[in-house]
Design a protein around this ligand. Structure first.
Ligand SMILES: [Zn+2]
Length: 135
């Protein structure tokens, strides 16, 4: 027995693997946050501005990395970058709810990563082991 993996692969994360279970819990929260934004955008017919779009794209990477971590394939995802991503998401959600997707501050101003970082964003969340394998 164990918790079901958040990624939908059908695997069970053993209760003995505390680290993997915490990545799995985090994965559930990330998937939920992304689903909330995508659902809202869809319902309101809103096109995300570049800042929000980047945040969403990065979220997909965070999902991939957390899934690898929950599976035990990735030992040390960049939890600091992930925490920043989560913080940006909370800010963006507050703003979205405040203005109800109407005019307001661009999300690009609320969300930490600079659009110029898009090209290197993929690396931002990566584990040191991945970096070694990549270069
Ligand atoms: Zn999985």
């Amino acid at each position: 027995m164990g918790a079901k993996c958040f990624c939908g692969c059908g695997r069970r994360i053993s209760l003995r693997h505390l680290g993997r279970r915490s990545y799995n819990n985090r994965g559930h929260a990330v998937v939920k946050a992304l689903a909330w934004f995508r659902g809202e955008l869809d319902e309101t017919g809103t096109t995300p501005d570049p800042g929000l779009q980047q945040w969403l794209d990065e979220g997909d990477m965070v999902v991939d990395l957390l899934a690898s971590a929950a599976h035990g394939e990735l030992q040390r995802p960049n939890v600091i970058a992930m925490a920043q991503w989560e913080k940006d998401g909370r800010k963006a959600r507050r703003e979205a709810e405040r203005r109800q997707w109407g005019a307001g501050e661009p999300f690009a101003d609320l969300i930490e990563p600079d659009p110029a970082l898009a090209a290197v964003a993929a690396r931002r969340f990566r584990d040191v082991d991945y970096k070694k394998a990549d270069s």
